[in-house]
Design a protein around this ligand. Structure first.
Ligand SMILES: NC(=O)c1ccc[n+]([C@@H]2O[C@H](COP(=O)([O-])OP(=O)(O)OC[C@H]3O[C@@H](n4cnc5c(N)ncnc54)[C@H](O)[C@@H]3O)[C@@H](O)[C@H]2O)c1
Length: 729
């Protein structure tokens, strides 16, 4: 099946989605689904298309048919997600895919030449429709994105994509599209043989119809057809050669499987089902291939993983819509000039992000060596982008020119926003906030990147309490999507809404969090890490525990994570958590001792693991150092997992009842986008819903009997049981 609608709810409308215009012997089928921003292939739209195609089949007067969108900036955004989100029966889901295939088969069977003109998003079902046409021409604008992103929703292309794409551009290239879900622009689509011609961006949307018409006439020449055919083959000549023979194909599929497995660790079924669809279908005729595709698409659609990934899609849509302050209806502030205070790990990263989004970043540190370090860190991130061809060297130069450095506050009298990322020390931060308050314009917002300190306390050092908040980025800034926008006691709605809008402008996913120790993500993580430490103290090994949590789906195990964060930093945060929440966050003195012994983690090559070049092995000396004796007894993987994850669920329930965040959505977004909590599980609280509150409580009780109070369930969980409630409706 096909991708996804940005709008999830169908607006039932009797108005037609298609209209046919003709100029001599060229037909123009225009898709413009009524009342919607983008074209979505819902069931009624597909039925209407089928009827239109039946009529067209009988039109002997037409020699060519052009399919084009009536909406500027969008071709087709895929199928309607809400139609599959509740399908749990694989056979029913397969039938739905087969129905879609049958409609696109009608396009392929039309007696006239078919040409699709693509401008704007052409994804999922949109591309599958285009693949059923004879020719595709694509408009080279920023909005044109072409691809098959189904795997991102845990499904596979099911309207012919796994069969028609490999027959057009070869197996290897099509697997790149199908397995990664990547989308490409018009030029790349041309290079890979999907598009047959690129229409330069200079041509307006209004001109596309006449360009399509001219191409339709041109495409009647057998010579042009031969040329296009030859170019498609040339585009993928090397891989097509390999794919010609059975052995070559076998190698290719084996490699694809191996790589997929190493990336998904077996947690995501869709990519493997997609490989199976291509492998089994490719040698057969198209009809047989499509039957295989439908069956496998049905299995993917019905899977739990797909339901969870669709849940995350909705969650992201919710966050896109959320303004951060329900009662604020005014205009948010805009930011032309940004000051960044501190040019360390975070300051350098934040300046890079700001400049990447074409805004000037004025970076201040206490000496030039530090400023240079931050600037170099930013340049390194841009260079990676150039290497990966996401950026030209010229772009990089322009963006780097937006980052300027200073050791005094010159330039700060003109900034609209300061993001502070200096040392984690409240007294110093308060002093700096007081300085800033006297320097920056009255309208400017002061935001701290603190991971643990009170934003309200920082605000108290200024006379602009309403314009002070937290803007908590995660490390590395350019990779981590989450930003916690921290609302201090007196932060205004306008400031919060402005920061939420700004974080989105930077391409991040913001959640609004109350000013409380650890905010949301670090607090939940602290409960998790403390439990991992206790499991370690019971005589289990570092590898066992890390493996257990990786097996659960976390991107890395807890000890690996602490090594990445730094044991000194983790120890400091742990103290703040213990002070705020008491014994349940206290796992003893291990971290302090290790940090005092300069076992700081990855940054100095020695933490729970030893880092030598690319090698990473558990530092066996740690057990003796901590007076531990790993018993060698194999811990049931499920126990380490269960204990750590249950305590995260419990902490999240406490956070919700304390209104640290407003909704379960925010918890799940925070954990997925801030810690990499496994998306296939749908998020921490969606996972809790999957387990069911009865099961969560039963297991909490089991561990409370063994380990005591920290497994006492949050009152909210108990109430949920009584009311038979879930976190999500
Ligand atoms: N490192 C992380 O993973 C991470 C993640 C999220 C948030 N944070 C938070 O971000 C902040 C910065 O952390 P970091 O890891 O980048 O620290 P860092 O030590 O790498 O950098 C801090 C920089 O601030 C500079 N500095 C100190 N006092 C200053 C002053 N008065 N004016 C200007 N510059 C000053 C220092 O010279 C240093 O270059 C802290 O509040 C930290 O809690 C860190």
């Amino acid at each position: 099946m096909d991708h996804v609608s940005a709008t999830s709810e169908a607006k039932i409308s009797a108005a037609p989605a298609f209209r046919l215009e003709t100029i001599d012997d060229v037909g123009m089928l225009i898709i413009d689904t009524p009342g919607e921003r983008v074209n979505i292939l819902s069931s009624p739209v597909m039925q209407e298309l089928a009827t239109r195609l039946d009529e067209l089949h009988a039109r002997r007067d037409l020699k060519s048919l052009i399919i084009i969108s009536g909406k500027e900036g969008n071709f087709i955004a895929g199928a309607r997600i809400s139609e599959i989100e509740n399908l749990r029966d694989p056979r029913e889901a397969a039938q739905k895919a087969a129905l879609g295939q049958a409609v696109f088969d009608k396009i392929a069977a039309l007696p006239m030449t078919t040409i699709v003109v693509i401008s704007g998003a052409c994804v999922g079902g949109g591309l599958e429709l285009a693949l059923a046409c004879d020719f595709r021409i694509a408009h080279d604008t920023d909005k044109t994105r072409i691809g098959l992103p189904e795997v991102r929703l845990g499904i596979i292309p099911g309207f012919g994509g796994t069969q028609r794409l490999p027959r057009l551009i070869g197996i290897q290239r099509s697997l790149e599209y199908i397995l990664t879900g990547k989308t490409v622009d018009a030029k790349r689509a041309y290079r890979s043989g999907i598009a047959d011609r690129v229409i330069p961006a200079e041509f307006s949307f209004e001109m596309l119809r006449s360009i399509g018409h001219a191409f339709a006439i041109e495409a009647r020449s057998p010579e042009l057809r031969r040329k296009i055919e030859a170019r498609r083959k040339r585009a993928n000549a090397q891989s097509l050669l390999l794919e010609k023979n059975f052995i070559g194909r076998k190698v290719l599929f084996e490699q694809a499987r191996k790589q997929t497995r190493s990336e998904t660790k077996g947690h995501y079924p869709a990519p493997e089902l997609a490989i199976e669809a291509v492998e089994k279908g490719f040698p057969l005729d198209l009809k047989a291939g499509l039957a295989i595709e439908a069956e496998l698409a049905g299995r993917a659609i019905a899977s739990e993983v797909s339901k969870n990934l669709i849940g995350i899609f909705y969650l992201t849509e919710e966050i896109k819509k959320d303004k951060g302050a329900a009662n604020f209806s005014g205009k948010t502030q805009t930011f032309e000039r940004i000051g960044v205070l501190g040019a360390g790990i975070m300051g350098g990263g934040i300046a890079q992000l700001v400049a990447h989004n074409d805004l000037p970043a004025r970076m201040k540190d206490i000496n030039y060596a530090a400023v240079a370090k931050g600037t170099e860190a930013a340049a390194k991130v841009f260079s990676e982008g150039v290497k990966k061809r996401r950026l030209t060297p010229h772009d990089m130069q322009n963006k780097m020119a937006l980052i300027t450095g200073t050791v005094d506050y010159t330039g700060f009298h003109r900034v609209d926003l300061v993001i502070e990322a200096i040392v984690e020390n409240l007294d110093i931060k308060k002093k700096v906030f007081a300085e800033l308050d006297g320097l920056v314009p009255a309208h400017a917002i002061l935001a701290s990147n603190t991971s643990s300190l009170s934003v309200t306390a920082m605000a108290s050092a200024t006379k602009r309490h309403d314009k002070v908040c937290g803007l908590h980025f995660f490390n590395p800034v350019h990779r981590m999507p989450l930003v916690e926008v921290i609302r201090g006691e007196r932060t205004s709605d306008e400031t919060i809404a402005s920061m939420v809008a700004f974080a989105k402008k930077l391409g991040k996913t913001p959640i609004v969090v109350k000013d409380a120790p650890g905010f949301l993500v670090n607090r939940i993580l602290s409960a998790y890490l403390a439990e991992a430490s206790r499991v370690l103290q019971e005589g289990y090994s570092i590898e066992e525990i890390d493996e257990a949590l990786v097996h659960f789906g976390m991107p890395m195990g807890p000890f690996n994570l602490v090594d990445e964060v730094g044991l000194d930093v983790a120890a400091k945060v742990s103290h703040i958590m213990i002070e705020a929440f008491g014994a349940r966050m206290n796992a003893g003195e291990g971290l302090d001792k290790l940090a005092a012994d300069k076992r700081l983690g990855k940054k100095n090559g020695k933490g729970f693991y030893l880092y030598q070049g690319k090698e990473k092995n558990v530092d066996q000396s740690i057990y003796q150092f901590l007076g531990l004796n790993p018993s060698g007894a194999k811990l049931a993987k499920s126990e380490a997992q269960e204990r750590c994850v249950l305590l995260m669920i419990n902490e999240a329930a406490l956070c919700l009842s304390e209104a640290i965040v407003r909704r379960a959505h925010d918890v799940d977004a925070g954990m997925i986008f801030g810690t990499g909590f496994p998306p296939f599980r749908g998020g921490l609280l969606r996972y809790a819903d999957t387990l069911g509150v009865n099961r969560v409580l039963e297991r909490m009780e089991h561990y409370a009997n063994k380990h005591g109070e920290r497994f006492q369930p949050a009152p909210m969980l108990v109430e949920m049981k009584a009311g038979e409630k879930k976190f999500y409706l």
